[in-house]
Design a binder for this molecule. Structure first.
Ligand code: B12
Length: 141
């Protein structure tokens, strides 16, 4: 009798647990789009689909893209203060001499916003469109 009561109580407790508690589901995967623009070398823009885990950073989406797409690659350089600088995309590096760098933007309804942090800190949202654009350093920064 006592055993049956304990069993019943345990089943009741399990039913009360929020869904997913016992299934150990990982974070959701959010789709994002990445476009590489290099007008400076007259190259046609290339768009790619990738994904980022919910709460994950852009670096993860770029790594995933590099692993799945033969024609996408990138390199980074570590900065002691601000983390990871996107140094090259698809074999083209930004350079001190040419004063070029890979600018990172987010596009929505034709509006472009420059990200205020680098790829190691920025957390994309679902369906966000990220632009990696080879640009010339702004004159006053
Ligand atoms: C000049 C400058 C740049 C220049 C650097 C060119 C150069 N060789 O001088 C350029 C235009 C390349 C640049 C780019 C970016 N920058 Co900037 N930049 C600055 C600025 C105004 C001064 C840096 C400086 O000269 N310091 C003096 C020198 C002697 O010190 P240093 O340690 O050698 O400086 C180096 C680092 O600052 C590094 N650097 C510059 N910006 C960034 C950004 C990131 C994410 C990293 C990892 C490194 C880095 O480049 C400098 C030269 O090597 C700072 C603001 C500030 N007051 O620090 C912002 C600042 C560092 N940049 C910032 C940002 C966000 C960016 C971009 C991500 C913008 C974008 N959306 O594209 C990009 C980097 C993109 C990428 N490819 O990863 C933020 C970083 C915030 C953060 N917490 O991550 C800052 C703090 C400005 C701000 N408040 O928004 N930047």
């Amino acid at each position: 009798m006592e055993l049956a009561t304990t069993a019943l109580l345990s089943v009741g407790f399990l039913l009360l647990l929020p869904q997913g508690t016992l299934t150990n589901k990982g974070p959701e995967s959010l789709p994002i789009r990445v476009t590489v623009e290099n007008d400076l070398s007259n190259m046609a823009p290339e768009s790619y689909s990738s994904s980022v885990v919910e709460g994950g950073v852009l670096l993860g989406a770029l790594r995933r893209l590099q692993e799945t797409q033969q024609d996408f690659k990138f390199t980074v350089k570590e900065d002691p203060d601000f983390g990871l600088l996107l140094q090259s995309v698809n074999g083209v590096a930004g350079g001190e001499r040419e004063q070029t760098y890979w600018e990172i933007l987010s596009e929505s309804s034709g509006e472009y916003t420059r990200l205020d942090v680098g790829i190691g800190c920025y957390k994309p949202t679902a369906n966000e469109h990220i632009i990696l654009r080879l640009s010339i350093w702004p004159q006053h920064i």
